[in-house]
Design a protein around this ligand. Structure first.
Ligand code: NDP
Ligand code: 2IT
Length: 452
């Protein structure tokens, strides 16, 4: 075999940019991975011989399709749907579906790429994918959402299967949307199979799937702190978002004795100096999940501060949990956080920190857990939902609680194993740890399966 020279980061990124014009989020995600992985590839040239990173950065398949539906006034609406199947070397394609006006090919390619590494880190047999549509669910009626989900699935179903590709929820897609999509898949195919995860408990869902991402991110924080004999007890926590991940992060922070003081949505953030209690969290769940209202209502209800069109990173605190969306922490935000005393960040969202912010956190040597490690609890329990569906059985909640806790600990330890930094015994680079840890598993499987 002819041995090619391992590219420098700059050479690799130049090629990437040339092949993917107008896709900044995708380039950002691949660049972050390439940094640590190329270093590893230099010491293990077989990965370069097989062009593994180059192959991983070219999705197996990009599917794009039209979604038409009728709104309640009888008007025809047209949206664009996607499924990006990034890699299935270690298992069938797996990853969420996002409905949000910002959805485009770049965003979904970054998410599918990240998912490939994240799923490998869970230790479960799942490849990486992501899908979605540029739909804005805000202000849509239940009936409109149902018709949209049905139309979306009428095309997507042909690319799915319980051993082919198994979507789940993400931003704008929760239990309601999964239910409608499952119903349409069953209707079209006449098959009752575990083709989606995050299903309702009455039709094949798994205990704690709803809670898993938020809980998992807090467990990861707990493990980073435990390593240096610290805990969440009594510490102020800055949380962004107020959806599925943020709500359950707050729930677990409270259970572990931390003090969450912020939440946000796309219109601004609330700062509750007294702390968000279990009772106040119940209000948020009802507001967001049932009434589909705005976080500003929290301020009115409990006398907290509301800051319009702003993010919570100016609020002082030690532990940060970004749980809303990508690129919500800029370099300036990171500087403010560091000067306010943030000592650890666990990303509940996917890529909430910009590359510059990540660099600042790394340079400051704080504990920084990237999303593909810290938020992997959700897809891990999705993997366990698939196992339960295949066996046609539901495991007990206690068993799933234990499995989630163990899996998060194992992901932490895997990142620690690959994230060591020469000459700094006490520092773990969790970014490098997660990227290399996820990469080697997928890479070895790809090499074993040949050039396909
Ligand atoms: P939800 O739709 O339940 O909640 C999303 C939250 O983020 C809402 O508060 C929303 O505010 C806010 N948000 C979304 N987009 C923006 C934006 N552009 N600017 C400001 N705020 C925004 O989604 P999830 O909680 O499920 O997802 C949150 C993050 O976690 C995403 O990055 C997702 O990819 C990631 N994730 C989710 C997993 C899961 O299991 N659900 C698993 C792993 C990662 P508003 O209501 O105003 O839109
Ligand atoms: O980003 C993610 O990991 C998710 N949205 C969950 C994916 C899944 O298949 O459970």
């Amino acid at each position: 075999m002819t041995r090619d020279k391992v590219p420098t980061l700059q050479e690799f990124v130049e090629g990437l940019e040339k092949r993917n014009p107008g896709q900044p989020e995708f380039i950002q995600a691949v660049k972050e991975v390439a940094e640590g992985v190329l270093e590893h590839v230099r010491d293990h040239p077989r990965y370069n011989d097989h062009q593994i990173l180059e192959r991983l950065a070219e999705p197996d398949r990009v599917i794009s399709f039209r979604v038409c539906w009728h709104d309640d006034k009888g008007h025809v609406r047209v949206n664009r749907g996607y499924r990006i199947q990034n890699n299935n070397a270690i298992g069938p394609y797996k990853g969420g579906i996002r409905f949000h006006p910002t959805v485009n090919q770049s965003v979904l390619k970054f998410l599918a790429f990240e998912q490939t590494f994240k799923n490998a880190l869970t230790g479960l047999p799942m490849g990486g994918a992501k899908g979605g549509a540029n739909l804005d669910p805000k202000g849509k009626s239940d009936a409109e959402i149902m018709r949209f989900c049905q139309s979306f699935m009428s095309e997507l179903y042909r690319h799915l299967g319980e051993d082919v590709d198994i979507p789940a929820g993400d931003i704008g897609v929760g239990g309601r949307e999964i239910g409608y999509m499952f119903g349409q898949y069953k209707r079209i195919t006449n098959r009752y199979v575990g083709v989606l995860t995050g299903k309702g408990m009455e039709f094949g869902g798994s205990p704690i799937r709803v809670e898993a991402t938020g809980y998992g991110a807090v467990y990861f924080m707990e493990d980073m702190l435990k390593r240096v004999n610290e805990s969440l007890e009594g510490r102020t926590c800055i949380v962004s978002g107020s959806g599925n991940v943020a709500q359950h992060a707050v729930e677990k922070i409270l259970a572990l004795g931390g003090k969450p003081v912020t939440l946000s949505d796309s219109s601004g953030f609330i700062f509750d100096k007294a702390g968000i209690s279990t009772e106040k969290l119940a209000f948020v769940k009802d507001l967001k999940n049932n009434r589909r209202g705005r976080i500003e209502d929290y301020a009115g209800e409990f006398g907290a501060e509301f800051h319009a069109r702003a993010r919570p990173w100016t609020v002082p605190g030690e532990l940060a949990f970004p749980c809303a969306t990508q690129n919500e922490i800029s370099a300036d935000d990171a500087k403010t956080m560091l000067s306010n005393g943030v000592v650890a960040v666990a990303e509940g969202a996917n890529m909430p920190s910009t590359l510059e912010a990540v660099k600042l956190f790394q340079y400051a040597r704080i504990k920084f857990a990237p999303g593909k490690a810290a938020n992997a609890g959700g897809v891990a329990v999705s993997g366990l939902e698939m196992s339960q569906n295949s066996a046609r059985i539901t495991w007990k909640e206690q068993e799933l609680q234990r499995l989630l806790r163990d899996i998060m600990q194992e992901i932490h330890d895997r990142c620690q194993h690959y994230g060591g930094v020469a000459g700094e015994a006490n520092y773990i680079d969790y970014v490098k740890g997660a990227n290399v840890g996820g990469f080697v598993k997928v890479a070895d499987a790809m090499i074993a399966q040949g050039i396909v």
